[in-house]
Design a protein around this ligand. Structure first.
Ligand SMILES: CC(C)(COP(=O)(O)OP(=O)(O)OC[C@H]1O[C@@H](n2cnc3c(N)ncnc32)[C@H](O)[C@@H]1OP(=O)(O)O)[C@@H](O)C(=O)NCCC(=O)NCCS
Length: 141
């Protein structure tokens, strides 16, 4: 039996709190999407070395619910890079009740655009032109 593994690098971790619930008592989907958007923005900003904005959410699957007290870990990886845009694959996994089972709860494809100080799209540098410290940061946090 194959065990599913997370795809990408652990980019953020947080705990789902009672204030993040929907009326039924589970965690509100919008909160989870927000955590994924934050992590994808970190990933995209490090690659682009500039400000970035979310321009599209091309797919989003809610696989299992998130519960209060779960640790939510968001994993990101760069799927493709265009002239000014990047597709970031994002997965959110939980550790149930801090110490329980690990499960994938959501996955999605976020598209970000690199922007300049005027808010206009700006080219993403070639990967080989990125300085060593950027490569190190992208592999750590
Ligand atoms: C992102 C933004 C600067 C792009 O402006 P634009 O005038 O469309 O820019 P461009 O035409 O140069 O397109 C830039 C890139 O974005 C892509 N793009 C633009 N709109 C897109 C859309 N709706 N869906 C997918 N990709 C899109 C283009 O394909 C292009 O990619 P490439 O350079 O890799 O080929 C502008 O749409 C914007 O500011 N949007 C709001 C972003 C935002 O506020 N996000 C937070 C949401 S609360």
């Amino acid at each position: 039996m194959s065990v599913e593994k997370e795809k990408g690098r652990l980019t953020t971790r947080t705990v789902a709190m009672p204030g993040d619930t929907n009326p039924a008592g589970d965690i509100f989907g919008g909160w989870v999407v927000s955590q994924m958007d934050i992590a994808a923005g970190i990933c995209a900003g490090q690659r682009a070395q500039s400000r970035v904005v979310t321009v599209a959410l091309d797919s989003m699957s809610f696989i299992r619910p998130v519960k209060v007290g779960d640790i939510l870990g968001v994993y990101t990886c760069i799927e493709s890079v265009g002239r000014t845009s990047m597709n970031i694959h994002v997965e959110a996994w939980v550790r149930r009740g801090r110490i329980g089972k690990r499960e994938k709860v959501t996955e999605g494809l976020f598209k970000f655009v690199a922007i300049n100080d005027e808010g206009n799209s700006t080219p993403i540098p070639a990967e080989e032109d990125l300085p060593d410290y950027v490569h190190e940061a992208m592999n750590e946090f």
